[in-house]
Design a protein around this ligand. Sequence first.
Ligand SMILES: C[S@@+](CC[C@H](N)C(=O)[O-])C[C@H]1O[C@@H](n2cnc3c(N)ncnc32)[C@H](O)[C@@H]1O
Length: 250
Amino acid sequence: MKPVGAITRGTTNPNRLRRVDNYVAYRCGDLLRAAAAPLVIDLGYGATPVTAVELRARLAAAVRPDVSVVGLEIDPVRVEAAQPRADPPLLEFRRGGFELAGLRPVVVRAFNVLRQYAEDEVAAAWTAMTATGAVLVEGTCDELGRVATWVVVEAGRPSTLTFSARLSDLDHPATFAERLPKALIHHNVPGEPVHELLQALGRAWESEATPFGPRQRWLATCRRMRSEGLVVLDGPARWRLGELTVPYPA
Ligand SMILES: C[S@@+](CC[C@H](N)C(=O)[O-])C[C@H]1O[C@@H](n2cnc3c(N)ncnc32)[C@H](O)[C@@H]1O
């Protein structure tokens, strides 16, 4: 089977995806605990397999020790280079693309992959990665993982959008604009829902300046968004981490 997709830049970094690793454990933990074969794919792990190694370790600690992770890469050179880090059957590295190389994962995490594709390629990639019933967590972050956004996609359709940031570094939520998922980044213009959402988030943040530090400010921002009628999912336990999740249609 020919892998579906194209080789792109391989930039990655240790700890870059810690925020989304934590979210995968939270959002998909029950699904993985209930699965007979709790397989997670890290699609497009990049020049080194470090994010897949970390994902496996974090899920093993937070969800279940026998969770298995397969790093899939479309670049055969990167697949070969990753082999010394493999620990089969719990951690493997294989060649594959959006078709998932015939695997049937419970969860697919694809980070900083679609950002290098054209927007009109996103829907087909989402459909392919969820075709066997997996929950897809697809998003974008900065080089060090301090600012990230991601969508959860089920059966080809996005269900939620999450913003996540290291709060001590967050000057203003406008920063998220540069790191929106591919499906949204070109839609941050007046009249588009994601633009209205970022504007509302910015206004709430500006209104909630507090002497008690950025965490309290973010918590107050999330509460204010909710009190203004926006559907803000989850609650303070997630907000404290610098996260805010909304239903995608919002
Ligand atoms: C920028 S790196 C991202 C690395 C890592 N996920 C991260 O966020 O740090 C993107 C990687 O995705 C790979 N890639 C692109 N399209 C792919 C596809 N369709 N299937 C598998 N890997 C793909 C590229 O070869 C590249 O190594």
